[in-house]
Write a protein that binds this ligand. Structure first.
Ligand SMILES: [Mg+2]
Length: 257
């Protein structure tokens, strides 16, 4: 069972945060959440975003937001800084991507035929490694229909997982946890054997690998929406949902210094 956030002990060296449903509130980043992230960075605690959103979003976040690195496409593409330049780390060999994309497009046609209303997400155009079927953003499929999409993708040999808005699928095998460990060693000079000082915050099923892999993992309160379906549960829970929950974590982390 998860413990209340107040029991989380510090000090914390960096914050890894999911975006949709964790950094956002009702789909938007509130001004006070952005300020909280800035305060954390100013206190010397880097922020790493970890999202299923496309590589294109990662470049935007790296360019305009106070973040040290961005893991996008659930670990498919990770943005880091290399001197003053941005650099991408891929979760699968980049040379294999055109052939995978061809197979993925075939699956999209298959899904369209089998699950009425399933459509490619608007942001799929800006993806490099995975694609996303929209179930809960522009589209409104049931959870069962979304799960059917996950199963169709897995049956066809793809990695697939469901976020609060999309079903993401792509070539086997990449994941958020491996990408975060790469950020930990390459950007934060951390040791993957010593994960306790690094906190991860998330809200949905596609965060399960992080809840399982980061001992100091936190679920914002809305994670309870999918509680029984979560393969791995967060170690701690906030009282508030979404952005307010992330701000609870940031306030707590700052109080531990
Ligand atoms: Mg999320």
């Amino acid at each position: 069972m998860s413990a209340p956030l107040s029991q989380l002990k510090g000090p914390i060296r960096a914050l890894f945060s999911d975006v949709d449903g964790t950094m956002t509130t009702q789909g938007r980043v509130e001004g006070i959440t952005y300020v909280a992230l800035e305060r954390l960075g100013e206190a010397g605690i880097p922020v790493v975003l970890v999202t299923g959103r496309p590589a294109g979003w990662g470049q935007a976040f790296m360019t305009v937001a106070p973040v040290a690195a961005v893991v996008t496409e659930n670990g498919g593409v990770t943005w880091v800084r290399h001197g003053k330049h941005l650099k991408k780390l891929y979760g699968v060999p980049p040379a294999s991507l055109p052939e995978w994309r061809r197979k993925m497009n075939i699956l999209v046609n298959d899904i369209n035929a089998k699950v009425p209303g399933a459509q490619l997400s608007l942001d799929s155009r800006y993806r490099e490694v995975d694609l996303a079927i929209d179930w809960n953003e522009e589209a409104s499929l049931s959870r069962d229909e979304a799960e059917e999409v996950v199963q169709l993708a897995r049956k066809a040999g793809f990695t697939a997982s469901r976020s609060s808005v999309h079903v993401n699928f792509g070539p086997p095998h990449f994941d958020k946890l491996s990408a975060c460990l790469a950020v930990l060693t390459q950007v934060l000079d951390g040791d993957p054997a010593e994960l306790a000082p690094y906190v991860f915050v998330g809200d949905a099923l596609n965060d399960a690998p992080m809840f399982g892999g980061f001992p100091t993992s936190v679920g914002v309160a809305n994670v309870k929406t999918w509680w029984d379906e979560l393969d791995a549960k967060p170690a701690y829970l906030t009282e508030q949902p979404e952005g307010a929950g992330l701000r609870e974590v940031i306030d707590h982390v700052l109080s531990l210094r």
